[in-house]
Each structure stands twice: as structure tokens, then as C-alpha cells.
Ligand binder design. Structure first.
Ligand SMILES: Cc1ncc(COP(=O)(O)O)c(C=O)c1O
Length: 396
């Protein structure tokens, strides 16, 4: 029962692997603190849950939903986009529903990448960009995200021959895993680059609402002319604490949106209608829960900065996302450090190398855990002498 050759070309999904290791320790009775997960810990807001209750009672919603999303859902999504970013999208032709951002990314890549095609992906990055490119038979070309460039892509560093051959460029700001941010001036460069080289530009705006300290993440469509070449993916997972519900949407160039919707109509039958009505309640409801969650993330970030600096880390406060992208102690690899954290302190943190070769030397800590548990994690690090200087002594 030989699996397809493509199965051998894809690395195992890193979070599943980490989960397995952590579970094995938990089964032995270790109290694991998981700082690896990128999912809001707070529940879905009440008004969204109530809308779901109401919608699920209606038999009409028990049927197959229309391909591409309910017109009401797409209208509400586009109105939210207009209110939030002041950009106009036609719900009928410039918007399609998604079963979450991950699904949208995979199918967009399948719609544009053929065998041998180049997809420009950031390094480090959310692993799906690379993996789905490989599944499609394409070749990912890494665009390094360097601390000295504030984790922004340097378009001048992409060789012209690669740029001319590339079909798709994926970028994501606010960024997972680096927490890097971008402003409109950067987005203008991205649009100009993709236009010059005839590349479809996909902006993954999954963390658009998770920002503070004066940063308000823009949409790529705030750049004049972006609609000629771009698509932007949004998920309700992070903005509305709806990770398990599996719902998102894509907006942008009608041809690109249609290509994505066409491939989707062949392989999935869209989002359960009741969940789309719950999504509408999210778009139309109050924003207080977003501010509430962001306040929690800021408090946790500040606690992490205080405790990490006591342990020798020099940390720059992140202005967006619930991730901290931290250097591993000099003298250790990312994996060595993360194994030490798990095996000696029972703390799960993913190694930076799991997000691409450019992530080597870093690890990611998420802020989706309450302050008591975070404090407990730092107490354990202190107890086991896990400090920024630890790599200078031999690791046992
Ligand atoms: C950058 C980025 N894009 C997309 C996703 C996918 O989110 P979902 O499939 O829950 O919408 C994630 C999830 O962590 C992410 O970090």
C-alpha cells in the first residue's frame, strides 16, 4: 500500500510532532505548559455563539450551502473590510468564503502552482506556504526575513531570473512567527515588485486585528492598483476567537478570487451555513472583545519581557500578534534549546527551524496562556537554570 510520491516530499506537520512529544511526557505524569500553540485561549464571544444557536435551529441552514459562500456572509465580510480598511470589494465577484485561512492558502497555491513553478515564500514562515507548494509540485524560493530588516522582505535580494519565473508570492504582516509588522510603504513595494514581474500577490492578513502600541495593520488593498494582481486572506480564527469553527474569506482581484473559488468548488462544499451566520454576527457585532483580548496579550507580553530579561534575554516588545520571536542561547541550536525546555522544564516551545531554515537560532513563544501559567513557566526556567547564557556551558 505505497503512498503517493508527494507524501515523501512533505515534512511532517511540526505542530503535530511537538504535540506527540508533549503528550508522551504528559502520559508519564509531567505537567506540560504548552507555549507553542497559536490559538486564542479566550472563548468565542457570546453574540457569535448566540447567532450560531439561532441559525442551527433553521432547517434551511442544514442543507448544502452555496459554493463560494452565502451572499449575506460575503456582503457582511465586505462591509467589515470597508469599515476596517476603507477598501471597496464587490461581494459577488471579489470575495469568497474559506474554511479557514489554511484551506484558502492551500487551494490558492493549487490554483496557481504547477509542477516546476516557483512560489516565493518568506523564511521563516507559517509552514503551509512551503508545504502546499511542494504538494503542488512547485518549488518554494525563500525570501529571508531578517531581524536587521525588521523581518520585512527585501525584494531587491530576489534574483531577477527567479522573480521572472515566479508565479505567486505569499507574504504575511503582522507576521507569524516573527511578529514583524509592515506599513503601507512596504506594501507599495510589494505591489510594484509583483506587477513588474507578473506575479500573483497573496497577502495573508490573519493577524490584522491583533495589534497595539499605535500599530494598525493595513490591508494590501489600501495600495492603489493592488487589485490588479493581489488577493488577501482573512480568517475569523484569530480576530473573533473562532479557531475551531473553520471560517474565513478571501478578497481581491476577481480572476484570482474566481480561480480559488473554482478549485474549492471541486474539492469542498463550503462552510456550514449556520457557521457563516455566526461569522456575520462577528462582523456586525461590537469590537470590545478584540480590545479585551489585545489587552490580555499586552499584559502577558510585558510579563514575558520582564521575566525573560531577568533570565538574560534582550527582548524587543512585539507590537502585533500573540508571538514572541526569541533568540536561543548562543551555542545551542533551536532544536537543542526546545528539547531542553521540554525535557527539563516541561515547557513546549517550537524551534524556529520548524518555520524554515531562516528560523534557526530562534524559538517562538506564544502569549495564549494565562499569566499564572506563564509565571510558572518562568519559575521553572529559573529553577532549571535555563538562561540566555546557558549555551556557553556544555548541554547535558
Ligand atoms: C500566518 C497564518 N496564516 C494562516 C493561518 C491559518 O489559520 P486558520 O486556518 O485557522 O484560519 C495561521 C494559523 O496559525 C497563521 O498563523
Amino acid at each position: 500500500m505505497e503512498v503517493a510520491a508527494r507524501m515523501k516530499s512533505i515534512p511532517p506537520y511540526v505542530f503535530a510532532q511537538i504535540g506527540k512529544k508533549a503528550k508522551a511526557l504528559a502520559d508519564q505524569g509531567v505537567d506540560i505548559i504548552n507555549l507553542g500553540i497559536g490559538a486564542p485561549d479566550q472563548p468565542t464571544p457570546r453574540h457569535i455563539v448566540d447567532a450560531m444557536h439561532e441559525a442551527i435551529e433553521k432547517p434551511a441552514n442544514h442543507k448544502y450551502p452555496p459554493f463560494g459562500g452565502l451572499p449575506e456572509y460575503k456582503k457582511a465580510a465586505c462591509e467589515w473590510v470597508k469599515k476596517r480598511f476603507n477598501v471597496e470589494m464587490d461581494p459577488a465577484t471579489e470575495c469568497t468564503s474559506l474554511i479557514g485561512g489554511k484551506e484558502g492558502l492551500h487551494h490558492l497555491i493549487m490554483a496557481y502552482i504547477d509542477k516546476g513553478d516557483i512560489c516565493l515564500v518568506p523564511d521563516p514562515a507559517y509552514p503551509v506556504y512551503q508545504t502546499s507548494t511542494i504538494i503542488a509540485g512547485g518549488t518554494p524560493h525563500y525570501m529571508p526575513l531578517l531581524p536587521e530588516n525588521d523581518f520585512q522582505i527585501d525584494f531587491n535580494a530576489i534574483p531577477a531570473a527567479v522573480a521572472d519565473k515566479a508565479k505567486l508570492l505569499i507574504m504575511n504582516y503582522p507576521n507569524n512567527p516573527t511578529a514583524g509588522i509592515a506599513d503601507l510603504a512596504f506594501f507599495e513595494k510589494a505591489v510594484a515588485f509583483c506587477k513588474k514581474h507578473d506575479i500573483v500577490l497573496c497577502h495573508d492578513n490573519s493577524y490584522s486585528e491583533m495589534a497595539w502600541d499605535g500599530h494598525k495593520p493595513p490591508s494590501i488593498f489600501q495600495v492603489k492598483g493592488a487589485k490588479d494582481i493581489a488577493i488577501e486572506l482573512h480568517t475569523l480564527s484569530k480576530s473573533f476567537n473562532m479557531t475551531g469553527w473553520r471560517i474565513g474569506f478571501a478578497i481581491g482581484n476577481p480572476q484570482i478570487v474566481k480561480a480559488l473559488a473554482d478549485i474549492k468548488s471541486n474539492v469542498d462544499t463550503d462552510v456550514f451555513a449556520a457557521i457563516q451566520y455566526a461569522g456575520i454576527a462577528g462582523f456586525e457585532g461590537p469590537r470590545e472583545h478584540i480590545d479585551f483580548c489585545n489587552k490580555l496579550y499586552i499584559e502577558r507580553r510585558d510579563l514575558c519581557i520582564k521575566r525573560l530579561s531577568e533570565l538574560g534575554w534582550d527582548v524587543k516588545p512585539n507590537k502585533a500578534t500573540f508571538y514572541m520571536w526569541l533568540r536561543v542561547p548562543p551555542g545551542m541550536t533551536s532544536e537543542e534549546f526546545c528539547n531542553t525546555m521540554l525535557n527539563t522544564a516541561g515547557i513546549v516551545v517550537p524551534p524556529g527551524s520548524a518555520y524554515g531554515p531562516g528560523g534557526e537560532g530562534f524559538f517562538r513563544m506564544s502569549l495564549c496562556t494565562d499569566k499564572d501559567r506563564l509565571s510558572e513557566a518562568f519559575d521553572r526556567m529559573q529553577k532549571h537554570s535555563i538562561t540566555y547564557e546557558m549555551g556557553k556551558t556544555p548541554v547535558k
